[in-house]
Write a protein that binds this ligand. Structure first.
Ligand code: ATP
Ligand code: MG
Length: 579
């Protein structure tokens, strides 16, 4: 291991006692325990009851659930009681249109408070919610609505205007609900004004809640490795959202939590709605996009204690420099977590310097619905490792014959099926779903290894692993080595076909402000990787780019770098961020 383990403070010096401890992580565990803990006298196991309604009928009724800050700097606050009434109203609005259990209701909406009423109202009715990212162009919206057969779309005047041309191509779409915060919008054909409909709907919902095994939500994957797939989840997932909120995000009653992910991606719902609220925690939502100073201001202003963000955001903060952080009082932060891509060890060390605590990496996917592998508040962090599986989840590394390999050997990262938030299907693609299960395991599509202590280390996506002169090279280790150089902001590494070595390692690098792409710098970077890794693994070629192609959820798209390099078709680019 390159970086020393980061020890935890002595228990007496921790701000709070972590919810999970070593014996609990290692001891036998049955999900039924958590289910029993959650199942109160009503017996309900479903997302809207566990996240909203049970708090609304408890002493938490007036506790802020959502503190929302708009782009204009104004904030609004909603209690659990407010969200219960608003979601009741929306469930009634939908049922007034004849929407019923199993129907698909999609949102294509900015990050506004109304979104939460829509999501939980849809869930209450037993309909399936499909949140889309507000930055999508018309085609990705059309493809997803069409694939899912959406009956209702909830959008805003601005976003509606973006997609006006594709609406005629969606015969199954019956209703468009417009959330117009300015109340100026002139309603068009097929359209319903959200606020008007809500005002005339009853705040009492008399229907029955959906069951634990009913479909609840569908999310299309990020499209990093190919065409996005619609992963479908059930209400039982709430059990794992709750448990991981406790164990991984280490929620305590008075926390102020901030999840920076957009609700159009699974992190933005599982951890931007379900995990905090099933735990009765107050969360901050910021409507605006990324800007280092704005983000630090949110932490400072709302005294955020628990922060869940992504490597790409952390790399951008690193790019903005330590000085930007020094202008703010970030002392409220107690626990920081990251997901979405491998978290470079350098980023963990940077967190230690700037926030006086390590950033806790954790691993999961759209398909897994919730966190499966994590670094915990009680456990020393090994920079570069994703941590250890959560209680009740068995993860393993398998060889190409899908049997387990010993620690230290790289292979397929696989999970024993049966965790509560496991996806139930890919919409309209049952065969693709089945193909992900082999020999009694769910095959994640990622490669990893374990060390002798059960920590998991990410190697790369199966599709991205490079075979050079007989060595299998994970792009992550090369990228992490490159990013240690003070000039490097981001790195993306691919295998380039080569007649002798089969593939050679090629790196694409973007630089921090003030650095120039010179031949000397190129030499320095090659030498750095040779020294840190091995000559065979060091990039043979380095190309400097102003920025790297990323998905709209911030993941580096290596397949696109490769397609461009080889002059091949780019494939599905619906989730590509403009760059
Ligand atoms: P697609 O499946 O469409 O190619 P995607 O896999 O990027 O897109 P998501 O479900 O959003 O879609 O992302 C999950 C993937 O992100 C994981 O399979 C893994 O490759 C990567 N990932 C997430 N968290 C981590 C992490 N902590 N370390 C390394 N990789 C991670
Ligand atoms: Mg994937």
């Amino acid at each position: 291991m390159d970086y020393p383990e980061i020890a935890k403070p002595e228990p007496g010096r921790m701000k709070v006692r972590p919810n999970l401890d070593a014996p609990a992580l290692s001891s036998g565990f049955d999900w039924q325990q958590i289910e029993n803990e959650l199942r109160d006298k009503t017996g309900e196991i479903n997302l809207p009851y566990l996240a909203i309604d049970r708090h609304a009928t408890s002493p938490r009724r007036d506790k802020p659930a959502l503190i929302w800050e708009g782009r204009n700097g104004k904030s609004e606050c909603y209690s659990f009681g407010d969200l219960a009434l608003a979601s009741n109203r929306f469930a009634n609005v939908l049922s007034g249109f004849g929407i019923k259990k199993g129907d698909r209701v999609f949102t294509f909406l900015e990050r506004v408070p109304e979104l939460y009423a829509v999501v939980f109202g849809t869930l209450k009715l037993g309909a399936i919610i499909g949140p889309l990212f507000a930055d999508f162009g018309p085609e990705p919206v059309r493809d997803r609505l069409r694939d899912a057969g959406a009956r209702v779309l909830v959008t805003s005047p601005t976003l509606k205007a973006h997609i006006a041309d594709i609406l005629a191509e969606l015969p199954e779409l019956e209703h468009i609900i417009i959330v117009d915060r300015s109340r100026q919008y002139a309603r068009g054909e097929k359209e319903i004004l959200f606020h008007q409909a809500m005002d005339s709907a009853s705040p009492d919902f008399t229907g029955s809640y959906p069951g634990a095994d009913d479909y609840a939500i569908m999310h299309y994957t990020s499209g990093t490795t190919g065409k996005p797939k619609g992963a479908v989840h059930i209400h039982r997932a709430a059990i794992q959202h709750y448990a991981t909120g406790k164990w991984v995000l280490d929620f305590h009653e008075n926390d102020i939590y901030w999840c920076t992910a957009d609700p159009g991606w699974v992190t933005g719902t599982s951890y931007g709605m379900f995990a905090p609220w099933t735990n009765g925690i107050t969360q901050v939502v910021y409507e605006g996009g990324f800007r280092a100073s704005a983000w630090y201001s949110i932490i400072e202003k709302y005294r955020v204690t628990v922060w869940y963000t992504a490597p790409t955001a952390i790399r951008m903060l690193m790019k903005a420099g330590e000085v930007a952080a020094a202008h703010h009082d970030l002392g409220s932060l107690r626990h920081i977590c990251s997901v979405g891509e491998p978290l470079n060890p350098e980023a963990v060390m940077w967190g230690l310097k700037v926030f006086q605590q390590p950033i806790h990496d954790n691993w999961w996917q759209t398909e897994t619905g919730a966190i499966l592998i994590a670094n915990y508040a009680f456990m020393p962090v090994r920079p570069g490792s994703m941590g250890r599986p959560i209680p009740g989840v068995r993860a393993a590394i398998l060889g190409d014959d899908y049997t387990e390999v010993p620690p230290g050997t790289e292979g397929h990262l696989a999970i024993r099926p049966g965790w509560p938030s496991m996806f139930q299907t890919y919409w309209h693609s049952p065969d693709l779903y089945q193909s992900r299960f082999k020999n009694g395991w769910y095959i994640t599509g990622d490669r990893a290894r374990t060390d002798g202590d059960g920590y998991f280390w990410f190697v790369g996506r199966t599709d991205d692993v490079i075979n050079t002169a007989g060595h299998l090279v994970g792009p992550f280790e090369v990228e992490s080595a490159l990013i240690e150089h003070p000039a490097v902001a981001e790195a993306g590494v691919i295998g380039k076909p080569d007649p002798i070595a089969m593939e050679v390692v090629k790196a694409f690098v973007s630089l921090k402000e003030g650095y120039q792409p010179t031949p000397e710098l190129r030499r320095e970077l090659v030498n750095l990787t040779r020294r840190k890794l091995a000559a065979a693994v060091a990039p043979r070629e380095i190309e400097f780019l102003p920025s790297l192609p990323k998905t709209r959820s911030g993941k580096i798209m290596r397949r696109l770098l490769k397609a461009k390099e080889l002059g091949l078709p780019l494939g599905d680019t619906s989730t590509l961020e403009e760059f």
